[in-house]
Ligand binder design. Structure first.
Ligand code: ADP
Ligand code: MG
Length: 236
């Protein structure tokens, strides 16, 4: 198992954002994390990536515990946060070289890796532009390239396709599918078709509680994934 979560609870002041959640994911899986706004998806991702601590529970990534080995956890993960924070004044290539440097890549190896990423995410034509000049879809590609530059075993993508146009959607999904072959991908989204298109499994959380964890095929029985989602989260 590359991600192991046991009895995870997060309470912000009085708000319980995660309530005793347990799940696991292994290499080669693309797991969709579904849930209404405020369900706790981003909170779970921030805990897995060591951005915030849980109130209680256990999280291990590639065998490393988030409390005992946070540096190893971080270097095992590529994370695309919900707001995709980027330095808008940097040029695309410059920003990737900067992030590669943070991961201790140097010299020719760094340059080679940056060019590989540019090609992989389809940024070749945009590589000499400032990030601030890119459309939303191309900014997401920069975010994805940054997340993958150190070739992490685990990718955590928080709503990576929100706000993209239909063509960009298809292309970003294609990149994620490609990545999922050899990594563990945890991806949150509101789009059911996206889960059907890229994920092998879905986890549904509602009010901080895990309410479903099953294959897309099983969750689609009785109509569609969307129908199951509505039934579970709204009771109709
Ligand atoms: P999702 O990503 O599924 O929309 P979040 O994990 O962002 O959900 O939020 C889960 C719940 O925790 C929400 O009720 C949200 O308002 C609350 N929450 C998130 N971050 C904080 C915070 N820093 N302080 C207080 N409450 C928070
Ligand atoms: Mg969120």
């Amino acid at each position: 198992m590359t991600i192991e979560i046991k009895n995870l609870t997060k309470i912000y002041n009085t708000q319980k954002a995660l309530d005793n959640v347990s799940l696991s994911a292994s290499q080669g899986e693309i797991v969709g994390l579904l849930g209404p706004n405020g369900a706790g998806k981003s909170t779970m991702m921030k805990i897995i990536t060591c951005f915030i601590p849980p109130t209680s529970g256990e999280v291990k990534v590639c065998g490393f515990d988030i409390f005992d080995n946070p540096m190893e956890v971080r270097s095992s993960i590529g994370y695309l946060p919900e707001q995709n924070p980027l330095y808008l004044d940097l040029y695309v290539r410059e920003s990737l070289e900067f992030i590669a440097g943070l991961h201790h890549l140097k010299g020719a190896a760094k340059k080679q890796r940056v060019e590989q990423m540019v090609e992989l995410v389809g940024l070749t034509k945009e590589v000499n532009k400032k990030i601030g000049a890119l459309s939303k879809g191309y900014r997401q590609r920069v975010g994805l390239a940054q997340a993958m530059i150190h070739d992490p075993k685990v990718l955590i993508l928080d709503e990576p396709t929100t706000g993209l146009d239909p063509n960009q959607l298809v292309e970003i999904r294609q990149i994620i599918r490609q990545m999922g072959k050899e990594k563990t991908v945890l991806l949150s989204t509101h789009i059911m078709q996206e889960v059907e298109a890229v994920c092998s499994r879905a986890i549904i959380i509602n009010n901080g509680q895990l309410v479903a964890d099953d294959s897309i095929q099983h969750l689609s029985e009785g109509g569609s994934l969307e129908k199951t989602f509505r039934k579970i989260t709204m009771g109709n």
